[in-house]
Design a protein around this ligand. Structure first.
Ligand SMILES: Cc1cc2nc3c(=O)[nH]c(=O)nc-3n(C[C@H](O)[C@H](O)[C@H](O)COP(=O)(O)OP(=O)(O)OC[C@H]3O[C@@H](n4cnc5c(N)ncnc54)[C@H](O)[C@@H]3O)c2cc1C
Length: 652
C-alpha cells in the first residue's frame, strides 16, 4: 500500500496543481480552526502509522468469524492508541466539535467497530440518564474499558414503538432487586451492536412494574457476561443475529432474560426513580430523555458529511484519472471529469457533504445551548431542537444514501468492485435510514411540530424561530432565481404543504374520522411537508452560516464555498421544480409560486437554472479541487481508487 500511495497519477497531480484557493485555509475552516486541524492530523498520523491496523488480507476474503476477530483486534489497538492521545486541555465543547469531524475509525473499519456502541449510545445514556452517583461509578469504568457495553432497546417485535417493548423489569421490595424477563420470543432484544460476543454490560430498556403497577419504559444497567470467562450470566441468553448488508463487524446480537435479578440501583435514576419500598417517582417531564437521542442524531449529520465526503472523494479522483471515449477525432480521450453529466453526478455530492458539515455544526451549537438551558430547568427550546434533529437526520441520511450510490455508479464497473470501497460505504450510509429512528417515523415526528405551528400561525400566535417563516408567506412578491430567492420559494412550498396537511386533517375529522385515522390518511402529505421543511433548513442554514462564517476567509476560498452554496440551492430547485410550480390555493397565508411567477416577469425560467447549475459544475478547478486537493480527506488515508482497484488484491 505504501508503494501505491507514492505514485501520484499524472492527471490527478495536474488537477491538484490547478487549485486556486488556499487548501490549508479551507481545511482549517471545516475543522473549526488551525488548532483542530492540528489535533485531528496528530491523531490520524499516529493511528495510520500503526502497521497492525492494516489488513494483510482484505476483509471480504475472510470468514464471518475471522472478520469479527480482526475487527476486535483492531478495536483494541485503536483504543490503546487513542486512549493515550486523549487531550485534557480541550473543553467539552471542543472535544465534541473535534469528534464531529472524526474520520479515523472509518479508515480502519470498513464495516465499523464492534466497540461502536460502547463509545456512542452506551456511554451517552449513562451520561444523560444516570444520577450523579451512577455517572461517577459507571463512566470511570466505561472510559477505562473495565467494562464493555452496548445499548439494547429494539426487540424482535418492536423497534419504532417504544411503549410496545415487552421485556419486563419487576421490582421485588423484599430483596430490593428487579427481576428481568423476556416473556415471549418477540420480547428478545434484537440488533444491539457488540451484544453478540463483545459486550459484558448493557443498558436495557424494559417495561417496568412496581407494586403491581406499570411505571413505563425505564433504562437499566445490566451485567450480561462474566468478566473473567465472558460466558452469559445466569438467566441471560445471548447470540448473534446473523449476516447483514453491512455492519458485519459490529457484532449485532440478541438478548433474552429468564428471571435475571439485578440490584435496585441498576435502574438509571436521573429522571424517574423507584424507592426502596417500591414507590415510583415519575420523571418531572417525559421529554427529558430526548437529550441523548438528539445528541446521537446531531452526530449522524456529521457521519453523513464524512461518509458522503469519502464516497465523493473516491469517485471524483476516479473521474480525474479515468479516460473514456473520443468525442473529437484525432484528440486524446478526455478525462471523464470533463463530461458535464459526470460533473452533475459528482459535484452535488461535494456540495452536500459541505452543507451537512455546516448544518451539523449549527445544530450542534443549538444542542449545546439547549442542554445548558435544560440543566437549569428551562425546556422552552427542547421541542424545536427535537423537531429539527428528527427531520435533518432523516433527510440527510436519505440524500446521502442516494448520492453515495450515484458515486458508485459514476465509477462504472470499478464502482461495483468491493476494492473501490463504495459498496461498503453504501451499506453503512443506508443503515442510517433505519437506526436511531426510522426515517419516515422521524419525518412524522417533525410533522407533528409543524402541524402545531401551522395551527398557532392560523391563530396569530408566535412560533419557534425555525418555523417562523410559516407566518411570513404573504410578503413574497415574485419569483427570484438568486439563492435567497430560491430559499424563499422553498419556504413557500413548505408553508403550502403544512397548510394542505392542516386542511386535510380538518376535512377527515369533519367527515367523522378519529384524529388518529385523519393523521394516518394525511401521513403521505405530512412526510412531504416535513421533508420540505428540512430542505428550507438545510438551504437557509448553509447560506446564512456561510455568509457569517466565511467573512475572515480569503476571496478565492469564499468564491469556491459560495459556488457550493449556489450549486446546492439550484440543484434542489431543479429537483423540486414541480413543487415550486405547484399552485397551492388551500390556505389563506399561502400564495402559489405559480401565481406569483405568472404575475411577475414570466414563468420561472428552468432553462436558466440549468445553465446556472452547469456553469457551476464546470467550475471544476474550484469545486473538484475541494476533494482533488485532498481537502476533505488526506490522500494518505484514501488512496486513489484506480490504484486500489487494480492492485489491492491480490496484494503485490
Ligand atoms: C445497522 C443497524 C444497527 C442497529 N443498532 C441498534 C442498537 O445498537 N440498539 C438497538 O436497540 N437497536 C438497533 N437497531 C435497531 C433500529 O433502531 C430499529 O431497526 C429501528 O428503530 C426501526 O425499528 P424496526 O426495525 O422495528 O422497524 P419498524 O418500526 O417495524 O418499521 C418498519 C416499517 O414500518 C413503518 N412504521 C413503523 N411505525 C410507523 C408509524 N408509527 N407510522 C408510519 N410508519 C411506521 C416504518 O416507516 C418502516 O417503513 C439497529 C438497526 C440497524 C439497521
Amino acid at each position: 500500500m505504501d508503494a501505491v500511495n507514492k505514485v501520484i497519477n499524472e492527471d490527478l497531480q495536474k488537477e491538484r496543481d490547478k487549485c486556486k484557493f488556499n487548501v490549508a485555509e479551507l481545511t482549517a475552516f471545516l475543522d473549526g480552526g488551525d488548532k483542530f486541524t492540528q489535533k485531528r492530523r496528530e491523531k490520524e498520523n499516529r493511528v495510520f502509522s500503526i502497521q497492525g491496523l492494516r489488513d494483510a488480507v482484505p476483509d471480504e476474503y475472510m470468514s464471518h468469524k475471522e472478520r469479527y476477530e480482526n475487527a476486535v483486534r483492531k478495536a483494541v489497538i485503536m483504543h490503546q492508541t487513542l486512549g493515550t492521545l486523549e487531550d485534557k486541555t480541550l473543553t467539552e465543547y471542543e472535544t465534541a466539535r473535534l469528534a464531529l469531524r472524526a474520520t479515523t475509525s472509518s479508515a480502519i473499519f470498513k464495516e465499523n467497530s464492534p466497540l461502536m456502541l460502547h463509545y456512542s449510545m452506551f456511554a451517552n445514556v449513562i451520561e444523560g440518564q444516570g444520577d450523579e452517583k451512577q455517572r461517577e461509578y459507571w463512566l470511570k469504568k466505561i472510559n477505562n474499558m473495565e467494562i464493555i457495553g452496548t445499548y439494547a432497546q429494539t426487540e424482535l417485535g418492536h423497534g419504532t414503538f417504544i411503549r410496545g417493548l415487552e421485556t419486563t423489569a419487576e421490582y421485588d421490595p423484599k430483596t430490593e432487586e428487579f427481576v428481568l424477563n423476556s416473556p415471549k420470543l418477540t420480547a428478545y432484544k434484537w440488533w444491539p451492536g457488540g451484544l453478540a460476543h463483545t459486550a459484558n454490560h448493557c443498558v436495557v430498556m424494559a417495561h417496568t412494574y412496581s407494586q403491581g403497577k406499570s411505571c413505563g419504559i425505564q433504562p437499566f444497567m445490566v451485567q450480561i457476561r462474566d468478566l473473567e470467562t465472558n460466558m452469559p450470566m445466569k438467566g441471560v441468553k445471548l447470540g448473534e443475529i446473523g449476516a447483514k448488508l453491512g455492519f458485519n463487524t459490529v457484532n449485532n446480537g440478541f438478548l433474552g432474560f429468564e428471571n435475571h435479578r439485578i440490584p435496585r440501583d441498576r435502574m438509571l435514576m436521573k429522571n424517574s426513580q423507584i424507592l426502596k419500598d417500591g414507590t415510583f417517582i415519575s420523571s418531572p417531564n417525559s421529554k427529558l430523555t430526548y437529550g441523548t437521542m438528539v445528541y446521537i442524531r446531531v452526530s449522524i449529520l456529521g457521519t453523513m458529511a464524512n461518509t458522503l465526503g469519502r464516497a465523493v472523494t473516491i469517485a471524483t479522483r476516479y473521474a480525474a484519472v479515468r479516460r473514456q471515449s473520443q468525442p473529437k477525432p484525432n484528440e486524446p480521450e478526455p478525462q471523464i471529469l470533463d463530461y458535464v453529466t459526470q460533473q452533475h453526478k459528482l459535484f452535488i455530492g461535494i456540495a452536500s457533504s459541505h452543507a451537512y458539515y455546516i448544518s451539523c455544526f449549527w445544530l450542534w451549537t443549538l444542542y449545546h445551548r439547549v442542554t445548558k438551558e435544560l440543566a437549569v430547568g428551562n425546556m422552552d427550546n427542547l421541542a424545536e431542537l427535537h423537531a429539527l434533529a428528527c427531520c435533518l437526520k432523516a433527510t440527510t441520511s436519505a440524500d446521502a444514501a442516494v448520492l453515495v450510490e450515484r458515486c458508485r455508479l459514476a465509477c462504472g464497473g470499478h464502482g461495483y468492485m468491493l476494492s473501490s470501497n463504495l459498496p461498503q460505504i453504501y451499506a453503512n450510509v443506508t443503515a442510517a435510514n433505519t437506526y436511531e429512528g426510522e426515517n419516515t417515523v422521524m419525518l412524522l415526528q417533525t410533522a407533528r411540530a409543524l402541524v402545531k405551528a401551522g395551527m398557532q400561525v392560523a391563530q396569530g400566535q408566535k412560533v419557534s424561530p425555525s418555523m417562523a417563516y410559516l407566518a411570513d408567506q404573504s410578503k413574497m412578491a415574485k419569483w427570484d432565481s438568486s439563492v435567497d430567492g430560491i430559499v424563499k420559494g422553498f419556504q413557500k412550498v413548505a408553508a403550502g404543504k403544512v397548510a394542505a396537511c392542516l386542511a386535510s386533517l380538518q376535512r377527515h375529522t369533519n367527515n367523522g374520522q378519529s384524529a388518529e385515522d385523519a393523521w394516518n390518511l394525511t401521513s403521505v402529505q405530512l412526510v412531504a411537508a416535513s421533508e420540505a421543511h428540512a430542505r428550507v433548513i438545510l438551504l437557509s442554514v448553509f447560506k446564512s452560516e456561510m455568509d457569517v462564517q466565511t467573512l475572515t476567509l480569503s476571496g478565492e476560498t469564499r468564491t469556491v464555498l459560495f459556488q457550493l452554496v449556489q450549486l446546492y440551492t439550484i440543484y434542489w430547485a431543479l429537483e423540486k421544480v414541480g413543487d415550486l410550480l405547484l399552485p397551492t390555493t388551500t390556505t389563506t397565508y399561502s400564495v402559489s409560486i405559480c401565481d406569483t411567477a405568472m404575475r411577475c416577469d414570466g414563468w420561472m425560467d428552468e432553462t436558466s437554472l440549468f445553465e446556472k447549475s452547469t456553469i457551476q459544475t464546470s467550475a471544476r478547478t474550484g469545486i473538484a479541487g475541494l476533494v482533488l486537493s485532498g481537502l476533505v480527506y488526506d490522500s494518505a488515508v484514501y488512496p486513489e481508487l484506480v490504484h486500489q482497484s487494480l492492485t489491492s488484491w491480490p496484494l503485490q
